[in-house]
Write a protein that binds this ligand. Structure first.
Ligand code: FES
Length: 368
């Protein structure tokens, strides 16, 4: 698009406002003395701000003189970037995004509002309050359709809301920018539709969740580290060895209560626990998907036997998935089906491989 500047509207001279000078110094200080031209875009931007939102030819010349640049070099920059306006604009200049996402969400209707309220593109209303133009994507497509008014975004617009905004601005009333529907930033309209459980935000969930593959949990879970007698990478410190004091005991009790509260909030039904001698426990790691850490957690719930898992109802599965933060995984990996086979004395592909030469590889595959 050919962009020409308005040679007449800008008069003969321009000077920066005194209060802009410190900002100019700030930008110039960013570049070495022999590279001051690098500040051409920030200085043109400041000139535009000081010139009622557009760049007159004298303003461009002033910038060129400040930076010791040939005028043509500054003209080239100013005419290339559409952020620089080359003709007078209204006190509120509307940049309406007409690119595909905004167009599909009604930008053409918004254009009609601008034409009705303001006039042709780049025309300025007689009172000098409003002007508009169409621009390409402003990077807020998720809130389409939208406009930028001076420096701010007005999003999720309808012809009605834009008309109201323009009416207010035409009457000298400020309109705060932002969303014009009930939504927070780019969240769903009307409020969140997922991740709504209170337990996610009240801290109680922390007591039942853990991050996988943390270095210390790796050390704990690595079956070889014990076998090979590797030294503990985190030997207990003096602090660890201290006798529990009153505060610690209280904190532990509070933690237990929080765990209990969190468990109450898990959906589904907690499976029945078993109290058995550890020696009678099945090797739950023979179920593909259950690693040492999961087995430990299952044991802490009183689940030791394949027969227990084989008897889980869908409600039990839902509860355990919630407890282990494994949404959908137990069902996907068919722990119940595998447990049924193993409980009846059969073998699964995975358990067979565990017994074979590639047991180690199988174990890794099964790790959580
Ligand atoms: S298409 Fe309008 S902001 Fe991206």
């Amino acid at each position: 698009m050919l962009r020409r500047f308005d040679l007449e509207a800008g008069g003969d001279s321009f000077s920066f406002k005194p209060e802009t000078e410190p900002t100019i110094d700030f930008w110039l200080a960013k570049y070495p003395a022999d590279k001051q031209r690098s500040a051409v875009i920030p200085l043109l931007w400041l000139a535009q701000k000081d010139n009622d939102g557009w760049l007159s030819e004298p303003a461009m010349r002033t910038v060129a003189d400040r930076l010791d640049m040939p005028y043509i070099r500054v003209y080239e920059v100013a005419t290339f970037y559409t952020m620089f306006k080359l003709a007078p604009v209204g006190k509120s200049h509307i940049q309406l995004c007409g690119t595909t996402p905004c167009m599909l969400r009604g930008a053409n209707d918004l254009k009609k509002v601008c034409e009705k309220k303001i006039g042709k593109k780049m025309a300025v209303t007689d009172d000098g309050r409003l002007s508009w133009e169409e621009v390409e994507c402003l990077g807020a497509c998720v809130n389409a359709p939208m406009v930028q008014i001076n420096d701010y975004y007005y999003e999720d617009l309808t012809p009605e809301s834009l008309e109201e905004i323009l009416d207010k601005l035409a009457n000298g009333v400020d309109v705060p920018p932002g969303n014009f529907v009930d939504r927070q930033t780019s969240a769903p309209e009307g409020g969140a539709t997922t991740l709504k459980e209170d337990a996610l935000y009240d801290g109680s969930r922390n007591s039942v969740t853990g991050l996988p593959n943390l270095p210390e949990s790796n050390a704990e879970e690595d079956p070889q580290s014990e076998a090979k007698g590797k030294p503990d990478s985190n030997p207990p410190t003096n602090v660890d060895r201290e006798e529990p004091n009153k505060e610690k005991l209280e904190a532990a009790e509070e933690g237990a209560e929080a765990t209990e509260d969190a468990e109450k909030q898990i959906e589904g039904a907690r499976p029945e626990a078993l109290e058995i001698d550890g020696k009678e426990a099945d090797d739950l790691k023979r179920i593909s998907g259950v690693g040492p850490k999961n087995e430990e957690q299952l044991n802490s719930l009183g689940i030791y036997k394949f027969s227990q898992i084989a008897a889980w109802t869908p409600d039990n599965v839902q509860w355990v998935e919630g407890y282990l933060s494994f949404r959908g995984r137990i069902e996907r990996e068919d722990w119940v089906g595998q447990a049924k086979t193993l409980a009846s004395g059969g073998e699964t592909e995975f358990s067979k491989r565990m017994d074979g030469d590639d047991a180690e590889a199988s174990r890794e595959e099964g790790e959580d």
